[in-house]
Design a protein around this ligand. Sequence first.
Ligand code: PAF
Length: 282
Amino acid sequence: MKIVHTVDEVRAKVKEWRTAGLSVGLVPTMGYLHEGHKSLIDRAVAENDKVVVSVFVNPMQFGPTEDLASYPRDLQRDAALCEDAGADLIFNPEPENMYASDFSSFIDMNTLTTGLCGKSRPIHFRGVCTVVGKLFNIVQPDKAYFGQKDAQQLAVIRHMVNDLNFNLEIVGCPIIREEDGLAKSSRNTYLNPEERQAALILSKSLEHGRKLIEAGERNVSVIIKAITDMIETEPLARIDYVEIVDWNTLETVDTITGPVLNAIAVYIGKTRLIDNHIYEEV
Ligand code: PAF
């Protein structure tokens, strides 16, 4: 497996593969890879002849007070995981390589990005869409793989691909959890042992919501109140949002009548964690 840092190097490699008639999968990441990312790479390896993993902490998707500087980075460890999983190429550009000093073109979206995480992270999805659009143009993959943990991101990217006619398939992959239920995330490394324990309130409260839905509850405010009440029993937790939205439009619903996303964002100490359940069939 090779690590390259420039757009030209990726293009040359992909051209070689295309000339040989091979299919290409892309797994976009910000590095510090864990089993969640590994599950995306595994799926990409199973479904494509060649797999590119991009490792790029994208400055454009971080707000001014967010954790860009402290975001964990370890390329050597990432390379070992990618190699083990059978990826063929890591694309690890420098920010200057992705954004020239006169960079001035962005991909923005009026819908889907304003609610949920978009409320407290107003510039986040513009940064995500712009970098993912660039990665799609650089690698030109047949398929690209995204985790359902970032459910809003997955919905936004699917919408962007449809709106802008990117010629590839978006594959959404299930959330990978620790044994005790905590969704895997590079940001879990910020948690001290007490916070790590407190963070279980995210998956527990979502499970509480699931039980209500499975028992037939369809009134969204009842389910949201039950989840909120449970999170509020945890002294280290501070709710950013608890929402149930239409899984296609991400618009709020009063009653569950079709596919919905139950998404939550909760600060545990200073660390903001997200988690969700998607109900495709209700
Ligand atoms: O999900 C992530 O890690 C990032 O948002 C992504 C898709 C790699 C874009 O920087």
